[in-house]
Design a protein around this ligand. Structure first.
Ligand code: SAM
Length: 261
């Protein structure tokens, strides 16, 4: 099993990064090509469970979360669906047990995303649906980059796993063509791929800083900061983007596809 890079990141994710990931999960779930009402859903790379609310709202009755990170799955465990620690490349579940598999921002961690799609398909009944998102390679934000620059100026260095993700894994599916090709090689059918900006309602500097500093690559650095330093660095980052702030609209690649009937 791969290393858990999200250890210690759950609270930051659930209080900060969620600002961006929850609205995207809602959009993704709204595109399901199969009925979610009464269905069984496997949420792979579920993290702190941002997909739970929209899945329940859509009527999914049996949700199971899977994630490499025990920490992420433990966030608000008492109110979350059942969960299993596992690698998307080899899930500890039986075949054909679900109607839908969600993979929201997990395929971008992998150097073999086709293998992951094949494994997700194994979890599904014939005709089941895979719903996935990754960031487009074209997704850029000068304000987000400025927040990173302020963090670097205060001692943050991107962890090795994150540098590897950005250089070796994330670019692999970061275009519509690449995502479509991967789904085709994985023998999926009814493939729909869209690349588009998503309105996540992050319009204020503080919100962008909360989102960015809530992401896993910042977790260890923030945890080690003195609380006063943490407050002042957040304020410095927000101040640095106040004049240039515009609504944050990440460009996302949405995949919906089905297993053969
Ligand atoms: C970017 S977060 C997304 C979490 C959640 N889907 C969301 O949208 O908020 C990626 C999640 O995938 C998990 N992950 C990374 N690599 C994985 C793998 N090989 N197998 C299963 N989960 C993995 C991480 O632990 C993390 O919780």
């Amino acid at each position: 099993m791969s290393e858990d890079s999200y250890r210690g990141a759950a609270e930051g994710w659930a209080r900060g990064a969620i600002r961006v990931y929850a609205p995207i999960a809602e959009v993704l779930i709204g595109r399901s090509p199969v009925m979610l009402h009464g269905g069984g859903v496997l949420d792979v790379g579920a993290g702190t469970g941002v997909a739970d609310a929209p899945l329940r709202a859509a009527g999914a009755t049996r949700i199971v979360a899977a994630d490499l990170s025990h920490d992420m799955l433990m966030w608000q465990r008492a109110t979350r669906p059942p969960a299993v620690v596992g690698d998307v490349m080899s899930l500890p579940i039986r075949a054909a047990g679900f109607d839908v598999a969600i993979a929201s921002f997990v395929l971008n961690h992998l150097t073999d995303p086709v293998g992951a799609l094949v494994e997700l398909a194994r979890a599904l009944r014939p005709g089941g649906a895979i719903l996935a998102t990754v960031y487009a390679n074209s997704s850029q934000s000068a304000n987000r980059d400025m927040v990173d620059a302020i963090a670097r100026a205060h001692g943050w260095t991107p962890p090795e796993w994150y540098r590897h993700l950005k250089s070796e894994a994330a670019p692999l599916l970061g275009s519509s063509t690449a995502m479509r090709d991967a789904a085709t090689v994985a023998a999926l059918t009814d493939i729909t791929v869209d690349e588009e900006p998503v309105e996540v309602n992050v319009t204020e500097p503080d919100a962008l800083v909360d989102y960015r500093f809530g992401q896993a690559p910042f977790a260890e650095w923030i945890t080690d900061l003195d609380p006063h330093a943490s407050v002042s660095i957040r304020a410095a980052a927000a101040a640095a983007i106040t004049d240039t702030m515009e609504p944050y609209r990440p460009r996302v690649i949405f995949l919906t596809a089905r297993t053969r009937s």
